[in-house]
Design a protein around this ligand. Structure first.
Ligand code: CTP
Ligand code: MG
Length: 227
């Protein structure tokens, strides 16, 4: 089943502390952004990529796309102040498609298999998000004091991609815009419409490159995949 993907790439990577957009940092000699783009470039079911970019980085990104033969980018809208604004800009710029995926450009290790599962579940049920089970014991802490140990079986750590029927996400985004609430992820907006969101079990490899340690993990994942 075909889909188009929205890749928010307009952040500044503050927690990475590299002094520039972390997506331009290299893993095994290629920018993180290119690793992520290649997953979708090489997926025959992906028919379009919408990349939210910072205006001052647009030309540099264009050069990178040419250099690495990325041909599926359909549009590069200006990103916004928050990730959710960047996603919103892409949804506004897109034409109607049946299924849309939203995926952080900073998660380069997503696989075609998980993408396919998400697309299928979203096609059937409207909304599907990638997630993994919480591994550690989870506690609620208020001002440094444990208030509660939370039963772990029902706790999931949610990732991207998040996949939706386009109409459902567009409606959720419209409502969010009207009430001035963009949520923390796209699924939250759909949940607020009262629509069920399904989880597809993903892998711990689908890590977001957020802080310096993640780069070490990222290099190790690539080496292991090359063996
Ligand atoms: N993003 C975006 N527009 C923003 C902020 C973030 O498109 N205004 C993108 C990032 O480029 C990244 C994804 O959203 O691909 C996930 O965000 P995050 O990991 O938080 O990246 P940054 O915001 O760049 O990092 P930080 O929060 O540490 O500054
Ligand atoms: Mg951020």
């Amino acid at each position: 089943m075909h889909y188009e993907v929205v890749l928010p790439a307009a952040g500044s990577g503050k927690r990475m502390g590299a002094g520039k957009n972390k997506l331009f940092l290299q893993l095994q000699n290629e920018p993180i952004l290119i690793h992520t783009l290649k997953v979708f470039e090489t997926d025959p079911n992906c028919t379009g990529i919408w990349l939210a970019v910072r205006p001052d980085e647009r030309n540099f990104i264009r050069t990178l796309l040419k250099e690495h033969n990325i041909t599926k980018v359909s549009g590069m809208p200006d990103g916004g102040a928050e990730r959710q604004h960047s996603v919103h800009a892409c949804i506004k710029a897109m034409n109607h498609v049946s299924i849309v995926l939203v995926h952080d450009a900073a998660r380069p290790f997503i696989t075609h298999t998980i993408i396919e599962q998400l697309v299928n579940v979203a096609h059937e049920n409207g909304a599907a998000i990638a997630g993994v089970r919480a591994k550690d014991t989870m506690k609620k802490v208020v001002q440094g004091v444990v208030k509660e140990t939370i039963e772990r079986d029902s706790l999931w750590m949610v990732q991207t991609p998040q996949a939706f029927r386009f109409d459902l996400l567009a409606e959720a985004e419209d409502v969010a815009e009207k009430i001035g609430f963009l949520g923390t992820d796209e699924a939250m907006l759909v949940e607020r419409l009262g629509h069920e969101v399904f989880i597809v079990e993903s892998t711990y490899e689908n890590v977001k490159m957020t802080t310096q340690e993640d780069l070490v993990f990222g290099e190790a994942i690539i080496r292991q995949r090359q063996q």
